[in-house]
Design a protein around this ligand. Structure first.
Ligand SMILES: C[S@@+](CC[C@H](N)C(=O)[O-])C[C@H]1O[C@@H](n2cnc3c(N)ncnc32)[C@H](O)[C@@H]1O
Length: 242
């Protein structure tokens, strides 16, 4: 009989922000799949669940699955397909399998691709998804800001894609949350300055929220020096219209 696959949202970085349910599932997993962007790079999600694994006295296996950060569709499709086959095999062999992911599984998670492939090609595998605290909510707590109030419109935007699309969304929203790769934030800041966001708009930028080396900076849009980029992949930027 096929084992079950759990996808566990592990929260933003601090192991204490794992849910009790997530911790219990990780305690009983036979196989833990950890997404990472290249061979030799530690999985952020694995570092979050490490304290739970360190308490275990039984055996389990950890398998890294590589998701290269490329936009080429053929490469991506092959990656999703191969990784799904690997996960499905472990489930079919009767293991209790867990796929761990940073933050919440429904937000820009590699699990989305695995889930789609499993539903299409391995429909008999049972899947349960455990929500986690999304990085933007951990960030809002650390920065002590509200993301939306009253009739505010809120947009969640990946910073590393089409700047023109961002521009049109920015013009109709009150709060913009930018995820995915701080190296693109400078271009976005310049665009916001030119597209009607007032100089007094709040801008909050963070790196490694709730993890080691956390940085949170809050200022006004006009005061942000674009010569100081947020260089890290694990960066978030929130801009609130004044
Ligand atoms: C692939 S998305 C995953 C988002 C995740 N599922 C969530 O719920 O937050 C990765 C992006 O999330 C953001 N991110 C995730 N964890 C973060 C953290 N601890 N600190 C800052 N940004 C984080 C960054 O923008 C990063 O580029």
């Amino acid at each position: 009989m096929s084992g079950k696959l759990f996808c566990v949202g592990c929260g933003p970085g601090d192991s204490e922000l794992l849910t009790l349910k997530a911790a219990n599932i990780i305690r009983t997993a036979d196989t833990i799949f950890c997404p990472t962007s290249r061979v030799g790079r530690d999985s952020m999600a694995l570092s979050i669940v490490k304290p739970i694994l360190n308490e275990r006295n039984d055996s389990y296996e950890i398998i890294n699955v590589i998701f290269p950060m490329v936009k080429d569709k053929t490469t991506l499709q092959k990656t999703w397909s191969d990784n799904t086959d690997q996960i499905a095999k472990k489930c079919k062999d009767g293991n209790n399998v867990v796929y761990i992911t940073v933050g919440d599984p429904s937000l820009y998670s590699t699990f989305t691709y695995i889930h789609r492939e499993l539903k299409e090609r391995y429909p008999s595998i049972e899947i349960e998804i455990i929500p986690g605290i999304a990085s933007m909510f951990a960030f809002a707590s650390q920065a002590k800001i509200s993301l939306a109030e009253g009739d505010d419109m809120l947009a969640i935007i990946p910073a590393c894609y089409d700047l023109n699309r961002i521009k049109s969304i920015a013009s109709s929203c009150d709060t913009l949350i930018f995820l995915k790769d701080g190296r693109y934030f400078n271009n976005v800041i310049e665009m916001l300055k030119q597209s009607g966001f007032s100089d007094d708009s709040l801008i909050a930028i963070a790196q490694d929220v709730s993890a080691e080396g956390e940085v949170v900076k809050i200022s006004k849009l006009n005061d942000v020096k674009t010569s100081e980029p947020a260089e890290k992949y694990f960066s978030i930027m929130v801009v609130k219209r004044d």
